[in-house]
Write a protein that binds this ligand. Structure first.
Ligand code: ATP
Ligand code: MG
Length: 559
């Protein structure tokens, strides 16, 4: 079957299209159900694009649901960041839901299961329960408390709920099958005692439901037709169905599983991302090196590029590793069309134009984006003293180096042709400035006699350049596939010590001082950059979004 664009449906679209055709549903109702225990990452973006995308595509609805059943880890800060990220990606939820709104209903259904002899209070410790669960080849051992009467269970569960017992002393378990070949069906825990305040329900509860117990009921209450989750929940599906089948729910949802997104050179689990933040290895959840949506945003990524990426990688039932370069590709494609061009010198080297008329300042036109005429042009100024990037000069040029070298000519972008005549050194023997002659007849950049100039350099004029801080970012980890970590090693052993290089004394064109945070630019010949949240006109700060071509790995090593 094909969709409107003529491409093939993925397997979830196929299921939904069939359900609509057979009249099982009119339109799908989906949900994106994050636990508010961290910031969203690019893997979540895949789930967001899928769930919201399915609803859009088939004229249905998608809820944003906070799966907030564990008070120990959840916070309002995360809730806000999640709403912000979903909106930023360009999606609107039908209903904003909270699992915690259904705590009373979950509790009622737990009582129903107890009364039906399908749930019991177990006094075993967590350790005993784990040991008695058995293994894949060995059945579990039934709890000595498994055959308590419903009356006794009701009494104990209400006392658990009233706070009479200590954390860890008792749990409520489903009574299913301790010898099931599916470990998830071996009397899973439904409720545990947690004497913690919940960020929404306060101190009302001291028993909280487990994910497996609650999730299907959340879907049932909200009328979710297609409950889409990642593959690791495939083995939980019989349990999902068991809870649904054994109480009187208003609606029967179904769970479908797809492969999670893995991305090269990064980790994606919230537990690890939280550790990177709390141990200050990165500067917060929105550090531009983080694979979080807020990190990508601060780095200069756009919602469109992330959505295109998610669409391109598609939905399948086999786990795979996706190249970060693919995401970069979509981003470059977009920024090439939209980013204003500017000149920025990251490692300034002074150049004196020795034959430049004393006191003369020329004003030259420069296009703002050669890919977009409507972006217009600006005026750039040049005088006797300019700066170029240190790496655009080689005193002893290697073969094929067409940038500046003694005796060699280059074009200053939008301006003049210059030739290097002298290299000046400071007391320590370091090159401190270059002397060049300028061909005053080459205004605009073309030689009057038509001679060929191979190299074109970006530059800034000392008279109006603005000092800026530029953060150059590389991969956070050195290992391409973080699932390939050597045994006994920790993911932190693979941190890239060169993931950030700060250029404190970059010099940029003056108009960049007025950039607003997240404004995006192409720094000619270098890459795409965006203004950081911390920037002010007095202290502009830019983040490397992505290089023009992938050479930053090498560039960073040169530091
Ligand atoms: P993590 O494992 O990173 O902590 P999680 O699965 O615990 O993530 P949730 O808040 O429960 O995080 O996730 C919300 C939704 O996002 C779930 O439906 C989950 O399946 C989906 N999701 C999480 N990680 C990925 C991923 N890497 N690729 C696709 N979907 C994902
Ligand atoms: Mg989870």
């Amino acid at each position: 079957m094909a969709n409107a664009e003529g491409t093939n449906y993925n397997f979830i679209e196929e299921i939904i299209a069939n359900d609509i055709e057979k009249g099982v549903i009119k339109a799908p109702v989906t949900r994106f159900p994050p636990e508010p225990n961290g910031y969203l990452h690019i893997g979540h973006a895949k789930s967001i694009c899928l769930n919201f995308g399915l609803a859009e595509q088939f004229g249905g609805e998608c809820n944003l649901r906070f799966d907030d059943t564990n008070p120990a880890k959840e916070e309002t800060e995360y809730v806000e960041s999640i709403m912000n990220d979903v909106k930023w990606l360009g999606f609107e939820w039908k209903n904003l839901c909270h699992a915690s709104d259904y705590f009373d209903q979950f509790y009622e259904w737990a009582l129903d299961l107890i009364k039906a002899g399908k749930a019991y209070v177990d006094d075993q410790s967590a350790e005993e329960i784990r040991q008695n669960r058995g293994t894949l080849t060995k059945p579990g051992v039934e709890s000595p408390y498994r055959n308590r009467t419903p009356e006794e269970n009701l009494d104990l569960f209400s006392r658990m709920t009233a706070g009479e017992f200590e954390e860890g002393s008792r749990v409520l378990r489903a009574k299913i099958d301790m010898s099931s070949s599916n470990m998830n069906m071996r009397d899973p825990v439904m409720y545990r005692i947690l004497k913690r305040d919940h960020y929404r329900t306060g101190d009302k509860w001291c028993v909280y439901p487990m994910y497996d117990y609650a999730h299907g009921y959340e879907d049932a209450i909200e009328g979710i037709t297609h409950s889409v989750c990642t593959l690791e929940f495939q083995d939980h599906r019989p349990l999902y169905d068991w809870f649904i089948d054994n109480v009187n729910v208003p609606h029967v949802p179904h769970q479908y599983e797809f492969a999670r997104l893995n991305l090269t050179y990064t980790v994606m689990s919230k537990r690890r991302l939280l550790e990177l933040v709390t141990s200050k290895i990165v500067n917060g959840w929105d550090d531009p090196r983080m694979p979080t949506i807020s990190g990508f945003r601060r780095r200069g990524y756009t919602p469109e590029s992330i959505r295109r990426f998610c669409k391109e990688i598609g939905v399948s039932k086999a786990d795979s590793m996706v190249e970060i370069e693919l995401l970069q590709h979509f981003l470059r494609e977009e920024l090439n069309k939209t980013a204003l061009r500017a000149m920025a010198v990251l490692r300034p080297l002074k150049v004196v134009l020795t034959n430049w008329p004393e006191g003369f300042v020329d004003e030259l036109p420069a296009d703002n984006n050669p890919e977009d005429e409507s972006a217009g042009s600006r005026t750039i100024k040049i005088g006797r003293e300019i700066y170029i990037d240190r790496e655009d000069f080689m005193e002893e040029p290697v073969k094929g180096f067409f940038r500046l070298a003694p005796g060699q000519e280059v074009r200053l972008k939008h301006a003049y042709i210059i030739r290097c005549t002298d290299v000046v050194r400071d007391a320590a023997g370091e090159i401190s400035e270059l002397h060049c002659t300028v061909d005053m007849d080459s205004r605009g950049g073309d030689a009057p006699d038509g001679r060929k100039i191979k190299g074109t350099l970006h530059w800034v004029w000392s008279g109006d350049a603005v000092r800026a801080k530029v953060n150059l970012y590389g991969h956070l980890f050195t290992l391409r596939n973080m699932n390939d970590m050597e045994e006994g090693k920790d993911y932190k052993d693979y941190l890239n010590p060169e993931s950030l290089a700060v250029m404190e004394n970059a010099l940029v064109e003056p108009f960049l001082a007025n950039a607003k945070p997240l404004d995006k630019f192409q720094f000619l010949r270098q890459g795409y950059f965006c203004a950081d949240y911390e920037m002010t006109p007095e202290r502009p700060v830019f983040n490397l979004t992505v290089s023009l071509k992938d050479s930053w790995g090498k560039e960073l090593k040169k530091q």
